[in-house]
Design a binder for this molecule. Structure first.
Ligand SMILES: NC(=O)c1ccc[n+]([C@@H]2O[C@H](COP(=O)([O-])OP(=O)(O)OC[C@H]3O[C@@H](n4cnc5c(N)ncnc54)[C@H](OP(=O)(O)O)[C@@H]3O)[C@@H](O)[C@H]2O)c1
Length: 316
């Protein structure tokens, strides 16, 4: 297949390009700068100049390929437009792909999020068959935005697009994770001299190694049916306290409970409170069974133990 990748220069994108190239696919990646052209070329992809702001360009490009993988986002709009502006812009991007691909049966695989407003009340791990639920203002903002984008993609199945969403967990780990939640938590721990966890720390944070995630994107592209959600999470869901203790042990810092009533204070998690208190038990059974996906990379705790997240720290 000749695949168009959008977001090929981020954290997950280079792994996805490499996975596709290794599997024999031809890849063209969107590039909005000379640096991006150089980066994707080094991975064996061709570059197509453009940007997320140019909807006509995205639509024309998408129509030229056998399949589309989208792992980019309009985070830049957050500062001035807020979450609603991000949702509106990303929805328009998905509709542009839809116009390009309608009636073709071609694959469109887009990144989504594990965790949907309303799932808190499921009382069991969420499955791929649990839809993204429409969230109002009362719900956690980021996930509400994701739902709008995700349902737009899933609905394209009705227009004969082989559309699917790969739900990504809060932690995507790898040796090139420089801006995800783990570096953020590690930086916060170093600053505070302790590594905190919310309450009793039993809330669950699923995770995935980005190399495994890349293989899931490839499988969804190659053989995923239309209108499906896939769960890109490694086997065991991990409690937040275990993550905190693993980080603390590498840094030689104590892992401590941050009581619920001080979570929001500037002293510790502050604006991150909504994220660190997420409790997202989820299953990947349907994804494994339907696509034959087999995560094979180190799990989160093993990867933390590998040491690459702590380059300046002597092994404990
Ligand atoms: N754990 C997680 O991090 C997590 C969880 C759930 C969902 N997700 C979602 O999964 C997706 C992939 O995450 P990631 O961490 O791999 O992303 P990332 O590292 O933030 O990369 C973002 C990509 O989007 C591109 N991009 C941003 N604005 C653009 C624009 N205006 N025009 C063209 N390209 C633009 C960037 O290109 P440049 O290199 O040119 O900037 C980069 O390739 C994202 O949509 C993210 O929101 C992530």
């Amino acid at each position: 297949m000749h695949v168009f990748v959008i977001g090929g220069t981020g954290h997950s994108g280079p792994y996805i390009i490499s996975e596709l190239v290794a599997a024999g696919h031809e890849v063209t990646a969107l590039a909005r700068s000379d640096a991006a052209v150089a980066a994707v070329s080094a991975l064996g992809a061709k570059a197509r100049r453009g940007s997320l702001e140019d909807l006509d360009g995205l639509k024309a490009a998408a129509a030229d390929f056998d399949g589309v993988i989208h792992v980019a986002h309009r985070q830049d709009l957050l500062t001035f437009g807020g979450l609603d502006a991000v949702a509106a812009a990303e929805r328009q991007i998905m509709l542009a792909y839809g116009e390009a691909l309608a009636g073709s049966g071609k694959a469109l695989v887009v990144s989504g999020s594990i965790g949907s407003p309303g799932w808190e009340n499921l009382g069991r791990p969420a499955t791929e068959e649990d839809p993204a639920l429409p969230g109002g203002e009362a719900y956690r903002g980021t996930l509400r935005v994701r739902n709008i984008v995700e349902t737009t993609v899933i609905d394209l199945a009705e227009r004969e697009v082989r559309s699917s969403i790969v739900r990504i967990p809060p932690v995507m780990h790898s040796t090139t994770d420089h801006a995800g939640f783990l570096p953020l938590l590690i930086g916060l721990a170093k600053e505070k001299g302790v590594i905190g966890y919310p309450g009793d720390g039993t809330n669950v944070w699923p995770a995935v190694h980005v190399r495994d995630l890349a293989s899931l994107f490839r499988l969804a592209l190659e053989k995923g049916p239309a209108g499906k959600y896939w769960h890109g999470i490694e086997g065991e869901s991990i409690r937040f306290r275990e993550i905190a203790e693993a980080i603390g042990s590498r840094l030689g810092l104590p892992a401590v409970s941050i009581p619920a009533d001080v979570l929001m204070l500037p002293g510790y998690f502050g604006f991150l409170t909504n994220l660190v208190t997420l409790d997202l038990p989820a299953s990947n059974a349907i994804t494994r069974q339907a696509l034959g996906w087999r995560p094979a990379q180190p799990g989160l705790l093993e990867d933390l133990d590998n040491g690459h997240y702590f380059p300046s720290v002597e092994p404990a």
